[in-house]
Design a protein around this ligand. Structure first.
Ligand SMILES: Cc1ncc(C[n+]2csc(CCOP(=O)(O)OP(=O)(O)O)c2C)c(N)n1
Length: 250
């Protein structure tokens, strides 16, 4: 159902390559998604999949991980899904450090419903609900780190080999892993903001990204930082819960 030129297929391809490289038994993989263009990826994938409700993918995934901790769970969400309506679930999944792999398809807009502004629409850029420019936005990496995620990384659809590797590394992290994939939306976001076609948007990512480890200034010279922003081990929620409740009489 994706529009011509949409980057969502590229992110889905990265996810599939990462799964193949990790060599995980496919019957032990579950994909949970919310509602949105990006969340429709779950419907195209032949794993155990749950296409849930808008903003609640992480809540469903938390329940699933509690009862089936042996599963590797990917939680596919759009930027609206993960950070607007689902923002509360995001901060608490992150705080708990539950072993889920959040893959956020950030196209800077509500794609499915026609281009409304999300908390990731860059300040001043246009959306159907922000004809005079969007309000202040935030940075998913900073929210993830501040709320306790033990792995936070970002790439764009221009950096697919990097994105493959970041997803793999996120899976290897025992805890809440956030991989933000910037993916252009030429129809919903691009047209309103005169960004050109899909190729122009891809080139924009190329010219406006910088490896996070090469950043020397606080504002990153206004560029998108790509790579691993944070990786630090901490106790995992389901393991801690199991340990704490062992021996409790029912
Ligand atoms: C509870 C609820 N509120 C609103 C909607 C309408 N809705 C469906 S998708 C969507 C936004 C999708 O944007 P995003 O999550 O960024 O994903 P994208 O479509 O851009 O991939 C909204 C508001 C809904 N389905 N359910």
């Amino acid at each position: 159902m994706w529009c011509s030129g949409c980057g969502n297929g590229l992110v889905t391809g990265s996810l599939l390559r990462a799964i193949e490289n990790l060599d995980i038994d496919t019957s032990k993989i579950a994909i949970v998604s919310g509602i949105g263009c990006s969340s429709r990826a779950a419907g195209y994938l032949n794993f155990q999949t749950l296409h849930t409700t808008h903003g609640r993918a992480l809540a469903f995934a938390t329940g699933l991980k509690m009862v089936r901790p042996e599963l590797t769970i990917f939680v596919i969400m759009g930027d609206g899904d993960a950070m607007a309506i689902g923002g509360n679930h995001f901060i608490h999944a992150s705080r708990r450090n539950i072993d889920l792999n959040a893959i956020i398809f950030n196209n800077n807009i509500y794609g499915m419903t026609g281009g409304q502004a999300s908390p990731l629409t860059p300040q001043g850029e246009k959306a159907t609900t922000a004809p005079y420019g969007a309000e202040r936005n935030f940075d998913i990496m900073k929210v993830a780190v501040a709320t306790g995620a033990t792995f936070a990384a970002r790439a764009t659809t221009y950096h697919l080999p990097l994105l493959d590797k970041l997803i793999e590394k996120g899976v290897k992290n025992k805890g809440f892993s956030v991989v933000e994939a910037l993916t252009y939306c030429p129809v919903g976001y691009g047209k309103l903001n005169k960004k050109g076609d899909a190729t122009a948007m891809l080139n924009w990512y190329k010219e406006n990204s910088i490896p996070v480890e090469k950043c020397t200034t606080v504002d990153h010279e206004g560029k998108i930082t790509v790579g691993i922003h944070h990786h630090q081990a901490a106790p995992e929620f389901v393991e801690e819960y199991t340990r704490r409740t062992q021996g409790v009489k029912r």
